[in-house]
Design a protein around this ligand. Structure first.
Ligand SMILES: Cc1cc2nc3c(=O)[nH]c(=O)nc-3n(C[C@H](O)[C@H](O)[C@H](O)COP(=O)(O)O)c2cc1C
Ligand code: SF4
Length: 398
């Protein structure tokens, strides 16, 4: 894949898909704008590979062959404007934000039988707090004696799985520990989604191994408490992500780019979850499994309100990784000043920078930089754009 420059639009969930997960006309026109604005490569917002892995409402879906024509329009929007386009693939897991009518919710009835509460919980994907929810709501996993938990109906494949049944601090969801059959199914769903993306004309795919979604959770000792071959050592914790990459490679064949987005660490201070030394090992393993490039990110949430400080956030890890592996490395997060980015790209072996919020603020920023207007992005990292669908920027009020 050859892109026209070294600026990548990092995956940004725009929440502009239809309820079936198809790209909407608004999304197509946003990609037209981005491509016309000069970015070299666009990575789509996360696209789920399986209905039970849908990470949020109005996310893109790549688990349905019927959406091919809408995806072709999205791909054309990028290509017509001169940009390459990569489909990001995700399985949400317990980080998923469930809409009110999400079938993965379980029903909470105020009826009072502790026995059935625990019986329900053994089999439930989600546990709920009676204090938080009167009807349908997800919350923490304690269940008071006056609450009964039932599932509305048996719905195979609509449960949320995780490496272990650890409550997610961000959502309160408690996943069911994935069985080896679940893992084989999900790996093959990644493969199917990638093959679908290839058929729709994408230039490549990116497997989301970062930010606390399922594959990233497997890497993290916080979420992954398994004692089988998928838990414990970093080689074991990386096994599932590698199996997904290998399945994707098998499905798309040689020569089709597969990026992997990987956390340098789960926290910037490395104190909880995946740490940098382990992440370097994982990057090598992902390449050996069939990935063509690594996009470096970090944190469970990827961006925080305090991010206004001068980036890049993961520059030193990225430079170190680029020296270690024989594959392109993209470093994402915190790029605001084009002069600084240029210097970094000159002084390291990093292939490209990944940019999200500055392109929400100004989709044509790459073109402006190219024309010599080398001013830093106006984005203040306030994260207002992440709070509603359509990624509205405070600077672009209509
Ligand atoms: C609104 C919004 C949605 C995002 N959606 C995704 C996503 O779907 N997949 C992903 O890997 N990262 C996602 N990110 C994280 C970005 O790709 C990027 O890693 C992060 O914002 C840091 O880069 P920046 O400082 O250039 O914004 C999102 C960020 C924002 C602000
Ligand atoms: S809303 Fe805030 S974080 Fe989002 S692009 Fe605009 S300035 Fe940046």
């Amino acid at each position: 894949m050859t892109a026209r420059n070294r600026v990548v639009r990092a995956a940004t969930a725009e929440s502009l898909a239809t309820s079936q997960g198809a790209p909407s006309e608004r999304l197509v026109s946003l990609y037209q704008q981005l491509a016309a604005g000069g970015v070299g490569t666009i990575i789509t917002g996360y696209s789920y590979v399986s209905a039970d892995g849908k990470p949020s409402e109005y996310a893109l879906s790549l688990c349905d062959d019927r959406l091919e024509s809408e995806y072709r329009a999205l791909v054309d929007a990028a290509h017509d404007g001169g940009a390459c386009i990569i489909a990001q693939l995700v399985y949400g897991g317990s980080k998923s934000k469930l809409a009110a009518d999400d079938p993965r919710r379980i029903t909470v009835l105020k009826s009072g039988n502790v026995g059935s509460a625990s019986a329900g919980l053994q089999d439930a994907a989600i546990a709920v707090s009676p204090g938080v929810c009167s009807e349908l709501s997800a919350g923490v996993h304690d269940v008071a004696p006056n609450v009964r938990v039932v599932e509305p109906s048996a719905r195979p494949n609509v449960r949320i799985v995780g490496p272990s049944a650890v409550p997610n601090p961000a959502t309160g969801l408690v996943p069911r520990e994935a069985s080896s059959a679940d893992l084989a199914r999900i790996a093959s769903q990644f493969a199917d989604a990638a093959a679908r993306a290839k058929r729709c004309g994408f230039d490549g795919v990116e497997v989301h191994v970062a930010h606390g979604y399922l594959l990233g959770q497997f890497l993290s000792p916080f979420f992954n408490r398994r004692t089988d071959e998928y838990g414990g050592s970093i080689e074991n914790r990386a096994r599932f992500a590698c199996e997904c990459i290998a399945a994707v490679r098998e499905a798309v064949g040689d020569g089709f780019p597969i990026f992997a987005k990987l956390n340098s660490s789960d926290k910037r201070d490395g104190s909880t979850g995946l740490v940098e030394e382990d992440s370097l090992v994982v990057a090598g393993m992902l390449i050996d499994a069939g990935a063509s490039a690594i996009e470096v990110s970090g944190d469970w949430h990827a961006f925080n309100a305090g991010d206004a400080f001068d980036g890049p956030f993961f520059g030193s890890y990225g430079a170190r990784l680029a020296r270690m592996i024989d594959a392109p490395v993209i470093v994402t997060g915190g790029w605001r000043d084009p002069r600084k980015a240029e210097r970094y790209l000159d002084e390291t072996s990093v292939a490209a920078i990944g940019v999200s919020r500055p392109l929400i603020c100004e989709p044509d920023l790459p073109l402006k930089w190219e024309s010599g207007a080398l001013y830093p992005s106006r984005c203040t990292s306030c994260n207002h754009c992440a709070k509603s669908s359509g990624i509205p920027c405070v600077f672009n009020k209509e």
